[in-house]
Design a protein around this ligand. Structure first.
Ligand code: NAG
Length: 277
């Protein structure tokens, strides 16, 4: 039984160790959910803008609008099938007859960004019947920086369709994802400290695992280089003793001189007399 259980435990320890190493690297690996969005023009700056929106991916945003006796629900999903409609980034659902109208497709994306905002444009929606010369619907989602919320509420600002062309549905959303990156305040010194801390942690845990699993040590012996550190501890204590400790009270004549209480000295003298007996 012991033979089988040891490698299994070793495996678990190894996993813990790996997780710790990854944490120490502190690299937050960016996902790539926004890759599903197909940019109309395949340029790098637009890709960068899209990547800023990564925290919003796989999230469904909804907004309700009532127009007279009709009420609509708009569904927006970043680079994902909104309302389950393939390639649709924004759809409009008529709450009376549940009819879905595609406003914009995420395979026809445009992404424009400034320091604290991103404008996402989904083209290729369902054609207008009578308005806008029957052109395709288009959704513009304005995402603005708000440090306090990761994902705000989707809001419908307007549907601009009373024009000859370039009509659009305008939406608004607040998110901390588009806020300017906070400058790292870590100085070189603190980075070195963090690295040292990580190295010490890796040393302690790695050494502990080695002692425990390979050498088979128990108790305090599991500490890496136990004998060495005990020696270091003793030497340090000796050094501190030498440097920090004041002279023994009994040896100090000055101290005795200060003491004027006769009651303190008397018991000592009595003790001396008692000793030979
Ligand atoms: C985008 O998706 C729609 C609907 O699935 C499709 O008809 C169209 O060809 C696609 N466009 C591109 C550029 O892939």
């Amino acid at each position: 039984m012991q033979l089988f259980s040891v490698p299994r435990r070793g495996y678990i320890w190894l996993q813990t160790f790996t997780v710790l190493l990854v944490l120490c690297k502190s690299g937050v690996f960016a996902g790539n959910a926004t890759k599903a969005c197909k940019l109309a023009s395949d340029n790098i700056s637009e890709k960068k803008v899209l990547e800023r929106l990564e925290p919003l991916a796989n999230n469904v945003f909804k907004a309700n609008v009532t127009e007279g006796k009709d009420s609509y629900t708009y569904v927006f999903q970043l680079c994902g099938d909104a309302g389950g409609v393939q390639n649709a980034g924004v759809i409009q659902v008529n709450n009376n007859d549940k009819k879905k109208t595609v406003i914009g497709l995420y395979n026809t994306t445009q992404a424009i960004g400034g320091s604290d905002w991103v404008m996402l444009i989904y083209g290729g929606g369902e054609k207008y019947d009578s308005h806008c010369n029957g052109e395709k619907r288009r959704a513009i989602i304005m995402i603005s920086c708000n440090k306090n919320i990761v994902m705000g509420q989707l809001e419908v600002i307007l549907e601009d369709r009373d024009r000859a062309n370039d009509c659009f549905y305008l939406f608004e959303l607040d998110s901390s994802a588009v806020c300017p990156a906070v400058q790292s305040h870590l100085s070189a010194g603190s980075i070195i400290l963090i690295i040292i801390f990580c190295l010490v942690a890796v040393y302690l845990i790695g050494g502990f695992l080695f002692q425990r699993l390979i050498v088979g040590a128990k108790g305090m012996e599991q500490f890496p280089n136990y004998a060495f550190w005990v020696e270091v501890g003793n030497l340090t204590a000796d050094g501190c003793d030498f440097v920090c400790r004041s002279k023994n009270r009994e040896d100090s004549p000055a101290y005795r001189g200060v003491s004027t209480e006769p009651a303190e000295e008397e018991p000592e003298e009595r003790d001396d007399h008692l000793l030979p007996m």
